[in-house]
Design a protein around this ligand. Structure first.
Ligand code: AHR
Length: 526
């Protein structure tokens, strides 16, 4: 195995997908980072979360009720709040998902006795007690220090119902809607940073044709007002229209065409993309007890996000070359077979080291497209799909994916930097993957932060990081790895996959460190 020397890379080449070049296996790789030419800002909103009324995502995962023996503040469990605060969660999408297009907000406000019990038709036919409604969600958002991303009901609701909901949340305390809110404990208007105009309207949200959806979307965009006087200018609410179902881009084309031809009366600020990693449908790959075959297969599948976003961006560029409209990847993550013994409608799966790498690879893709992808929401926050946190009664465990989100906090709001390297490929049977995936970004204080994903499950990789435009004096690195690709954290062994310090040397401005096999590492350079 040989040392791959630093190639002379122009800026354009540096900006190419970093893992694209293939070469022989390398045990030592030179990385060149251009700190003098910062690119687009990596929006903190790319690290958004998704919390749907699904399984125990809300009930049990967030809401335990005021009388619960589980420590809570106004019914919201305190251990989960503390864990989420550490992630600096920028926004939480709620109440769904498919649930949103059957949600009627009035069922979930007011005194407990007036809350309606309904059936969660999408997710296992579970009883929906509506104990966690608008005021509880806003309390939760406040407790974790985040922002609200609300999805209004376009499928089975009406413009009038959605408009009344926004009025309830944002109108002045002197108005009738504001007084109702005050009677429910919150005189001051809430802040609603993002508003989703429906969810998967091509599927569970109503199975509308693109043209029908666009007609509906225009009315919601025009008539559902945010009255919060504090939300003006940069703080104005952003409306996200329903976009593509993965590679099926008919909705995206229709929404963007309508936006290009729009009149003064309406606008949108974003369009969504939903894309899960499942390597086949319905999701059948196990979340535990798997080997290198499942590891390589799911990572190969997730890397399709790169091409998907490139295609979406180029479509959007045709209608919006100034990149005013955000591509919001507001549902992404790995979707695996339900854990044996669980309700299949609750979408419970374990979360392994492999899934942590998968999360990092997706975030890196979003960062490479930071000029267009300014929002993303992993599915989902607690106990559902690729969760940050799993709970069982009073117990809580942080998943490997949680640790990736915590490691990436320094990237929130930093500017992406050109990075170049040639680390060769990692191959398993017919699957060939880049051996290394990496991004670099410059924070507001001038520090540079790197993320380095060593996809090779057996070989460590030594990195020599060379910086242009910054003299490095010190580096601090940490890494997430485990003995096997399917390692998971359980309630009994919560620290099987945790972040550990990683040794590095800085000599003559070059930072050298060895990435463990199958690892995600983050390095802060000063
Ligand atoms: O995240 C689970 C479901 O996946 C959401 O409710 C829906 O929008 C998507 O199909």
């Amino acid at each position: 195995m040989g040392h791959v020397t630093l190639r002379t890379l122009g800026l354009a080449a540096l900006l190419l997908y970093a893992g694209a070049a293939a070469s022989a296996q390398a045990e030592s790789v030179d990385l060149s980072i251009d700190a003098a030419h910062p690119g687009a800002r990596i929006s903190p909103d790319v690290f958004g979360q998704f919390a749907e009324h699904l399984g125990t995502g809300i009930y049990g995962g967030i809401w335990v009720g005021k009388d619960s023996p589980i420590p809570n503040v106004r019914g919201i469990r305190s251990d989960v709040v503390a864990a989420l605060r550490a992630l600096k969660v920028p926004n939480v999408r709620w109440p769904g998902g498919c649930f949103a297009d059957e949600y009627h907000w009035r069922d979930g406000i007011g005194p407990a006795a007036s809350r309606k019990s309904t059936v969660n038709t999408n997710w296992g036919g579970a009883l929906e007690p509506n104990s966690f409604g608008t005021d509880e969600f806003m309390d939760f958002i406040d407790q974790i220090g985040s922002n609200a991303y609300l999805s209004v009901n376009v499928g089975s609701g009406s413009v009038r119902e959605a408009a009344a909901w926004l009025e309830y949340m944002t109108a002045a305390p002197s108005s009738t809607a504001g007084q109702e809110r005050a009677a429910n404990g919150h005189p001051q208007p809430y802040r609603v940073k993002f508003l989703g105009l429906g969810n998967e309207s091509w599927g569970c949200g109503g199975s509308f044709s693109p043209d029908y959806y666009v007609n509906e979307m225009r009315a919601y965009a025009r008539l559902v007002h945010n009255f919060n006087a504090a939300q003006t200018g940069d703080l104005a609410m952003q409306r996200i229209a329903v976009g593509a179902d993965g590679a099926k881009t008919d909705y995206l084309e229709s929404v963007m065409k309508a936006w290009q031809e729009k009149v003064w009366a309406w606008d949108i600020e974003g369009v969504s993309l939903h894309s899960y990693t499942s390597a086949g449908w319905p999701p059948a790959h196990p979340s535990t007890h798997f080997g290198e075959d499942e590891y390589a297969l799911l990572l190969a599948d997730t890397l399709h996000m790169e091409g998907l976003i490139s295609v979406h961006s180029s479509i959007m560029d045709r209608y919006d070359p100034q990149k005013k409209v955000t591509l919001a990847v507001d549902e992404w993550g790995v979707w695996l077979a339900p854990l044996p013994g669980t309700n299949a409608g609750f979408l419970v799966q374990q979360n392994s080291l492999r899934d942590a790498l998968l999360a990092a690879l997706n975030i890196n893709i979003f960062a490479r497209h930071a000029d267009r992808v300014r929002m993303a929401n992993i599915a989902q926050m607690q106990n559902v799909l690729q969760a940050m946190i799993m709970t069982d009664g009073g117990r809580m465990v942080l998943t490997p994916t949680y640790h990736v989100f915590q490691m990436y906090v320094p990237f929130q709001g930093a500017n992406a930097l050109p990075i170049g390297f040639d680390a060769g490929r990692y191959s398993y049977k017919a699957i060939s993957l880049p051996r290394l995936d990496a991004i670099a970004a410059r924070q507001g204080n001038g520090h540079v932060v790197l993320s380095l994903v060593n996809l090779d499950p057996t070989q460590p990789l030594t990195i020599h990081a060379h910086l242009n435009g910054l003299s490095v004096h010190a580096a601090q690195a940490q890494t997430l790895t485990a003995p096997s690709v399917d390692a998971v954290n359980t309630f009994e062994t919560p620290t099987a996959v945790i972040v550990k310090p990683l040794a590095s040397q800085t000599t003559g401005g070059v930072v050298t460190l060895t990435l463990p096999a199958k690892s995600v590492s983050v390095v802060e350079l000063q």
